[in-house]
Design a binder for this molecule. Sequence first.
Ligand SMILES: Cc1cc2nc3c(=O)[nH]c(=O)nc-3n(C[C@H](O)[C@H](O)[C@H](O)COP(=O)(O)OP(=O)(O)OC[C@H]3O[C@@H](n4cnc5c(N)ncnc54)[C@H](O)[C@@H]3O)c2cc1C
Length: 564
Amino acid sequence: MGLSLKQLLRIPEELTQLHSTKQARLDQTTSKASLCRRSKHGVERLGNSAAPNQLLLLLSLYSILGHLRWLHPVPDTEDTQRADRHCTPGSSNFTSVLVSTSKNSNFLTNTTVKPICIVTVTDASHAQAAVVCGRRNGVRLRVRSGGHDYEGLSYRSARAEVFAVVDLANLRAITVSTDEECGPTAWVDSGATVGQLYYTVAKTNPELGFPAGECPTLGVGGHFSGGGIGMMMRRYGLAVDHVVDAKLVNADGELLDRATMGEDLFWAIRGGGGENFGIVLSWKVGLVKVPPTVTMFRIPRTLEQGAVDIVTKWQDVGATLLPRDMNMMVILQGRQAVFQALYLGRCDEILPTIASRLPELNATKSDCKEMTWLESMAFIGFAGNTNTSALLDRNIGFHAFFKVKSDYVRHAIDKEVWHKIFSWLSMNGSGFLMLEPHGGFIGTIPTGATPYPHRSGVLYIIQYITSWPTGNEGSTARNWVRNLYNFMGQYVTKSPREAYINFRDLDIGENTVVSDVSTFDSGKVWGRKYFGGNFRRLATVKGMVDPTDYFRNEQSIPPLLQGY
Ligand SMILES: Cc1cc2nc3c(=O)[nH]c(=O)nc-3n(C[C@H](O)[C@H](O)[C@H](O)COP(=O)(O)OP(=O)(O)OC[C@H]3O[C@@H](n4cnc5c(N)ncnc54)[C@H](O)[C@@H]3O)c2cc1C
């Protein structure tokens, strides 16, 4: 016998009221007592508020109905959005909700280990309830914001496991404040996409922007959790370099903000990877200044036009010799390199610099396209289309079968090797490479300031990307990307060979679970690649806030307990 939808939703509503009252108090305290601190790495707002400890109350409320909610599918009657909140494999909308934001079709097959239930939350109290219910009933949670995880870990398990998905896609409010003492800020919910954030910020004030990723449908929740690199990183750093506060539901179901979670946990959630420390519901970010006109370049050069020479020279120029306002990435595919750049200013201001630093590119005024910053975000996201309202479309873009791996380069690779790399790009199953320069502001931030360690001395990050049209055709492409990665080992960073957590790759290691806890030693194998020396601190924070390893996946931070 299932409960009625009304009954099922009663508790979340009570919790909503409770949460709103507590939150109003929390907000009041924070605004009265908060302080601004301008550090050399950006603006930080220090909140000071009371912790809302709702755990005991939640536990008693859920003791009666919580268990039942996990066992009974909710009928798809009444208001669809509400019914979506709790769909199970028996619900007619289960598959559509599961695939709604899942980007990698590899993980939507019959053999995929899927959730027993998807909880689509629209309020903090729903996420709190999911944690408490999940723990009570021995069901782990995976958290999904935008569904872009390269290995699909936000909605599938690589191992046999009973889990539910907390889907934040409907928690996506964005509130911009332009009159704050510390400069303009925005609160953005995790379920918003970066495209929605760019649009909302620029429509509020076209002189403002935010430095985050290039694909407009990225979910803020997962993207910020792993760092967030993008076309303004040389000028402004990563998305997480601008996070000044956050709201998180921890492994005990408590709703915390920066002041109540403490600086260690606040440090860890800004780049330590999603699904480790709790469910981040929203983020407060400092906004950055953008000029009224920016310039985009998209310059293709074939091997015959000197692509190898230009790429070889670009390696140092892109990171160290171009101004911070200029970000020139390179996409290598087939016999061609495409140099795509964003300059935060007008064409005439930057052309002479490109001509003197990278004359081999032969950039001319006809390669420039001037536009607003918001249009440039659309241009990058939609391959040259500047329709900015498309940034609001959460469903735009691809669903594909793909595999990605990543590397960092600290010493320029020789020209002869680039010839060989180009020959890989003509092989069976070949995909493409994306090279994104670091240097500039991103390189000035100390390695330990956030969990993202790939800072000073990094020239660029490489993504090796391959895709295929149908599920059965992946083996050639997968082999290609893995073999190329092996070949590249001698030319990229070593000990550890660095990788970017947001470009998740299970090939580099998976946790071993012993006595129901992921082991530190197994985590070290992949963890040092993503986080370098910051991995131990992340594991220590995990040990403090989630010692029983409730929030876990195949590559989650293992808890390092005292006395380990
Ligand atoms: C087409 C494409 C383009 C990309 N471009 C860029 C780019 O330009 N720059 C860049 O840095 N990265 C880029 N990425 C990688 C992207 O940043 C990561 O995949 C990121 O994790 C996606 O976040 P999401 O919310 O969309 O994904 P999800 O799959 O929802 O989540 C990713 C991970 O974070 C966890 N998580 C999600 N939400 C939360 C939350 N609220 N609280 C706690 N944990 C959470 C999930 O459990 C999962 O482990 C790209 C990926 C794709 C597929």
